[in-house]
Design a protein around this ligand. Structure first.
Ligand code: NAP
Length: 255
């Protein structure tokens, strides 16, 4: 039996790439598409919905979400409430929202995944960065994305920072009497270290974690040059969430 998939945000850069991935996998079936601004009623026989409430009772297993940060929580909540297992790439969730959705999934015994980055290389970068921060507590995260990205810092940068926080001994970096003569020059502070967001046309999704110590430095970097880099992770997520009864935050929990 194929896994029936709804794609929310199907007209977007990530959503349209996910649609192609689903169509090209015989184990998956594209069941429905959602975009509040869509004019089409169907595309190649696949129904298009403009209101998520019309999907209540619809026959599908998984809800893939690549929409916009302001609706991601509401969409994921809706998916869990109505028996669709969410596979969410949309970023911008707060820790409280993730905790709330994790509790709801446990209550509903419905699997799900919120992954700030579906690229395997980015998942490895996060893991390596956390490991290195135990030995190199002085670090800065620089994330670089295309200039249409709505949220900053990226979900990947936040997740990286959270993983680092779990193992790094707290340290407030920089000079004690440091002053910003231009507001924001030192980036956003997270647990005593800094996160910087670069937005430029031509970029896709990139991240560096730079470590500094006495007389040495270490730079970890991951680059997604193409959105196809995220699709093996989305595909894995779809196939794993149908077997599970608990939402997880981070692709590493399914690897
Ligand atoms: P995008 O091109 O702007 O696509 C988002 C799409 O969602 C747009 O077509 C938008 O329509 C549509 N939309 C808005 N509200 C909606 C709703 N309520 N229901 C359904 N669709 C809705 O953005 P993108 O580059 O594809 O990125 C989408 C999200 O994925 C972002 O949060 C981004 O940070 C994230 N992302 C995650 C990963 C990962 O690996 N997890 C990788 C890359 C990107 P309009 O344009 O008409 O508003």
């Amino acid at each position: 039996m194929s896994i029936k998939v709804i794609v929310a945000g199907f007209k977007g850069r990530m959503g349209s790439t996910a649609v192609d991935m689903v169509k090209n996998d015989d184990e998956l079936e594209l069941a429905a598409l959602l975009d509040p601004f869509a004019a089409e009623k169907e595309i190649d026989g696949v129904p298009v919905f403009t209101d998520k409430n019309d999907l209540i009772g619809f026959d599908a297993h998984v809800w893939v979400d690549f929409t916009v940060p302001k609706v991601a929580y509401e969409n994921t909540h809706f998916a869990l409430e109505h028996g669709f297992r969410p596979v969410v790439g949309t970023t911008g969730f707060t820790q409280e929202q993730i905790a709330d959705l994790t509790a709801l999934s446990a209550d509903k015994k419905t699997g799900g995944l919120i992954a700030p980055n579906f690229a395997i290389g980015a998942v490895l970068l996060m893991e390596f960065a956390a490991k290195a921060s135990k030995y190199f507590p002085d670090l800065e995260i620089i994330e670089l994305h295309h200039d249409k990205k709505k949220d900053a810092p990226s979900g990947t940068a936040i997740k990286t920072a959270e993983l680092i926080q779990e193992v790094r001994n707290y340290k407030k970096q920089g000079a004690a009497d440091e002053e910003e003569t231009l507001a924001g020059a030192r980036g956003a502070e997270f647990d005593g270290f800094r996160i910087h967001s670069v937005r430029l046309p031509g970029l896709v999704a990139h991240q560096e974690v730079i470590f500094g110590a006495q007389g040495e430095g270490l730079t970890l970097r991951h680059d997604s040059y193409d959105r196809i880099s995220f699709m093996s992770g989305v595909n894995l997520g779809i196939k794993e969430v149908v077997k599970r009864e608990q939402l997880v935050y981070g692709l590493e929990h399914l690897l």
